[in-house]
Write a protein of this length. Structure first.
Length: 163
């Protein structure tokens, strides 16, 4: 089944330490944000040796998970204000936020990310202020998969089991 991207929810919370925030601390990254896209990157090498048959294999050296966001700056939105406040910060530690994604299948991804290339304001005179940047996880985030027997909202108003 195909699902709309808007069903995937993104939240941020201020970073104070390595303890995940309480549920009421999460701020939705949604209002006036028109696009959020996965721009992750994998570092790979091709490798082959004489122990094999000469066929090259691709080896994953590392992966960087990055989520780009863009839309219009809204100074009344707490998530946007939090990110906009970091745009002139040059200390990496002060660019950290918690980033939570609730995937369309109900799984939850939580980890610490750095807010990078933040733009809040600017653009054409006849347009609203731009808002964009990206959230780069600093380590592999934790993924929690929902109980497969629990009811799942499929977006149609009826619940189905996750099986």
């Amino acid at each position: 089944m195909r699902k709309k991207n808007a069903k995937r929810k993104h939240f941020i919370a201020p970073y104070t330490d390595d303890t995940a925030p309480e549920e009421d601390a999460w701020l939705p990254l949604a209002k006036d944000v028109e696009t959020i896209e996965d721009d992750s990157d994998e570092d790979t090498d091709d490798y082959g040796d004489y122990a094999g048959d000469g066929t090259a294999q691709t080896i994953l050296n590392g992966r960087k998970e990055v989520w780009n966001f863009s839309g219009y700056y809204n100074a009344d939105d707490k998530a946007q204000v939090l990110l906009a406040g970091m745009r002139r910060e040059t200390n990496d530690e002060k660019r950290k936020v918690w980033h939570k994604i609730v995937e369309t299948d109900g799984s939850t991804v939580i980890g610490v990310a750095k807010a990078m290339e933040i733009k809040a304001g600017g653009g054409d005179a006849t347009s609203y202020e731009d808002f964009e940047g990206h959230l780069d996880y600093v380590a592999t985030p934790t993924v929690t998969v929902p109980d497969a027997t629990a009811p799942v909202d499929d977006g149609t108003g009826s619940e189905q089991t996750g099986q």
